[in-house]
Design a protein around this ligand. Structure first.
Ligand code: S3P
Length: 449
């Protein structure tokens, strides 16, 4: 697993107290969905607060290739003139989704019930990730896919000419798979049903309703049953993208670990399908206060006040909570390394198929920093060194994974010796302003060389 083309080595080291307001960028999941649903609506959708990370820019380019008119008016301020459900044109070039599993899987779903062909590729990380979890249910609609061995990209998908609606029980807890099926269901007649044994992020369901689709959610014995009525005319919307709780996690955890810190992170999602990290941190003894609860862009949000918390305790995170914090385990592992006692993270096997094998990446990186770790297929255990007890002093591989890079740069702020990350380039996929934002709070994080 090599670094990106021109690696950007970065370093972080012990900092004075962090202070100020951390205005993190827009939510990545919601940004992808706003562009895709905007492209499937008839008329002009306005998006404000769009995350301008590379993952989302790649999805914007893809929507143009499928025939939508996507225009940037200013920072985070975009419009999408959509082509309507079933209106995608056949792209005349390969769709490159870069590093983004969300981008490629949702777009495959969105085109799978339109009789066009599209070829998808990505970077070295994305081309290693499994796509069969999406192409299997899309085949039930009548779509066909040809990719590399193991269902890997590059892959060509041919959409169904006469799609049939589908009833599909998710074999893995994945919002990307759920969303691909629901987006495919838009252009199938009748009702498409997705059953998820564990709740995963529900932005697609919320946003589909906002665009005028009929979506019902019921709790049954098999789990959450989501029913979409196909072939709606989606109405363009004004989408205000709330800030990304997965990006907020980095300044929040940094402030918890650096002595004397006090920061505010405004407008962080409290969507119960996304807030597992905050619940966990409070259980560990974090001084987190949730102020001004309100609704923004159809999502519950609050302002987070975070104070340094020097006596964090290791805990066990239940498997049932894993989906609500699936992207936050790397930074939780860093907090766990600085806590007293052991933190046991259960039900985390999906981390093996993220931008990197995040269990392996965290385990090897933490070991290099002097932290003892145990792992099995579905569990990660971090034996904490207590506040100020992590030796650090290592260079860690980011493995084309933005969250691994950011997690270790946070650890460097609280370790005894500086931590280097071999390549911070991937951070731009989700949090392009990470470096200036953290520096603005007083964090000693910088590029090397
Ligand atoms: C996402 C779903 C999650 C998450 C990813 C974003 C989404 O992936 O890890 O960063 O926007 O639907 P899975 O659905 O594969 O768990």
């Amino acid at each position: 697993m090599s670094a990106s083309e021109t690696p950007i080595p970065m370093i972080s080291e012990a900092s004075g107290p962090l202070s100020g307001v951390a205005e993190v960028p827009g939510d990545k999941s919601i940004s992808h969905r706003a562009l895709i649903l905007g492209a499937l609506a008839v008329g002009e959708t306005r998006i404000t607060g769009l995350l301008e990370g590379q993952d989302v820019l790649d999805t914007a380019a893809a929507m143009r290739a499928f025939g939508a008119t996507v225009t940037r008016h200013g920072p985070g301020d975009w419009t999408v003139a959509g082509v309507g459900v079933g209106g995608f044109a056949e792209p005349d070039r390969v769709i490159d989704c870069g590093n983004s599993g969300t981008g490629v899987r949702l777009i495959m779903g969105a085109m799978a019930t339109t009789p066009i062909a599209a070829t998808f590729t990505g970077d070295a990380s994305l081309n290693r990730r499994p796509m069969g979890r999406v192409t299997d249910p899309l085949a039930l609609f009548g779509a066909r896919a040809w990719g590399r061995a193991g269902g890997r990209l590059p892959m060509t998908v041919v959409g169904a000419a006469d799609p049939v609606p589908v009833r599909y029980a998710l074999p893995v807890p994945s919002a990307q798979v759920k969303s691909a099926v629901l987006l495919a269901g838009l252009n199938a007649p009748g009702q498409t049903v997705v059953i998820e044994p564990e709740a995963t992020r529900d932005h697609t369901e919320r946003m589909l309703r906002g665009f005028g689709a009929e979506v019902t959610v019921a709790d049954g014995p098999e789990g959450r049953v989501i029913t979409l009525t196909g072939q709606p005319e989606l109405r363009p919307q004004a989408v205000a993208v709330p800030r990304d709780p997965s990006s907020a996690a980095f300044p929040v955890c940094a402030a918890l670990l650096v002595p004397g810190s006090e920061i505010t992170v405004p407008g962080v999602s409290q969507n119960p399908t996304r807030n597992g990290l905050f619940t966990t941190l409070v259980e560990m003894g974090a001084d987190l206060v949730f102020e001004n609860p309100r609704e923004e862009g159809g999502e519950p949000v609050a302002d987070l006040r975070v104070r340094h918390s020097g006596a964090l305790r290791g805990i066990e995170t239940p498997a049932a909570r894993a989906a609500s914090m699936i992207d936050e385990f790397p930074v939780l592992a860093v907090v766990a390394a600085c806590a007293e006692g052991s933190t046991v993270m259960r039900g985390v096997k999906e981390l093996r198929v993220k931008e990197s094998d995040r269990i392996d990446a965290m385990a090897r990186g933490l070991e290099a920093c002097g932290v003892t770790v145990e792992e099995d297929a579905d569990t990660l255990i971090v034996h904490g060194r207590g506040a100020g007890g992590v030796p650090g002093g290592a260079t860690v591989e980011s493995r084309l994974d933005h969250r691994i890079a950011m997690a270790f740069l946070v650890l460097g702020l609280a370790a005894k010796a500086a931590i280097r990350v071999d390549d911070g380039g991937p951070i731009a996929t989700s949090f392009p302003v990470f470096e200036p934002l953290m520096q603005g709070l007083g964090a000693a994080i910088r590029r090397e060389g």
